[in-house]
Write a protein that binds this ligand. Structure first.
Ligand SMILES: Nc1ncnc2c1ncn2[C@@H]1O[C@H](COP(=O)(O)OP(=O)(O)OP(=O)(O)O)[C@@H](O)[C@H]1O
Ligand SMILES: [Mg+2]
Length: 225
């Protein structure tokens, strides 16, 4: 238990094999519930990653119960290699969370790549992310690596992922599922070992319900007669 939780202490507790980690003050019945869960899960926990360099962490402030809860999720996401989506209103610290996950992950020896997708438009977005081959458009006098290429072996941060046009989403999905992408002008797809962390302050579920995209690149579909 802790009265001053931080990402560092939470990661330490988790890599040290702690089953759970409680922020003070807590209800005794919550403690009992945790102990009961621990008793039920007798199977051995997977070994934590070797102690990582914890010095480089950028400092997240807050040790309330909800923040320690965020730290726990950071610690768990850092251990896994799965794609992560960080949701939350503007200014709540999504970028800090993305950085903390990367910094505590086995990929932390590479810099976190990527950034906001809002500013980049249409076909530029595609060459920005997937890269472009020489001659694929006017002025492309050499092969240009996309951010996926530069993130090879590391982590890619797709900020403002709620803003990308629908047609790009399909290509992004292929990359998320198969780790496969095609640079602009390339005939064959390529593969890259890249872990993706995405973030948005939009309500994606609502956008899906409404069938809207951040920046519709195509006219809205009308049911054909
Ligand atoms: N827990 C925290 N401790 C210290 N600084 C924080 C914390 N949460 C947020 N901040 C600071 O608040 C500012 C906004 O955080 P950040 O840019 O990560 O927000 P965001 O969720 O990405 O917002 P947006 O949706 O607008 O991009 C940053 O300067 C960040 O360092
Ligand atoms: Mg942000």
């Amino acid at each position: 238990m802790t009265a001053r939780g931080s990402v560092r202490t939470t990661v330490e507790a988790e890599t040290g094999g702690a089953f759970d980690y409680l922020a003070k003050p807590f209800d005794l019945k919550d403690l009992l519930a945790v102990i009961q869960r621990a008793e039920r899960s007798r199977e051995t926990q997977p070994e934590g990653e070797a102690a990582e360099d914890l010095e480089q962490f950028g400092g997240m402030i807050g040790f309330s119960t909800p923040m320690v809860d965020v730290y726990k999720r950071i610690a768990r996401s850092a251990r896994s290699d799965e794609t992560v989506l960080i949701l939350g209103e503007s200014g709540v610290g999504k970028e800090l969370v993305a950085k903390a996950i990367h910094d505590h992950s086995p990929r932390s020896n590479k810099t976190l790549r990527g950034g906001g997708l809002r500013a980049v438009t249409g076909s530029l977005l595609e060459s920005e992310v997937f890269g472009a081959l020489r001659g694929s458009f006017t002025g492309a006098d050499r092969d240009r690596p996309g951010i996926i290429e530069t993130a090879r072996g590391g982590t890619l941060f797709f900020d403002e992922v709620g803003e990308v046009p629908l047609e790009f989403q399909a290509k992004l999905l292929r990359f998320l599922q198969e780790k496969e992408y095609r640079p602009v002008g390339a005939g064959a797809p390529r593969k890259a070992d890249v872990r993706v962390i995405a973030a948005t302050n939009r309500s994606l579920e609502e956008m899906v319900r409404e069938g809207s995209s951040g920046r519709p690149a195509l006219p809205p579909e009308r049911p054909s007669d």
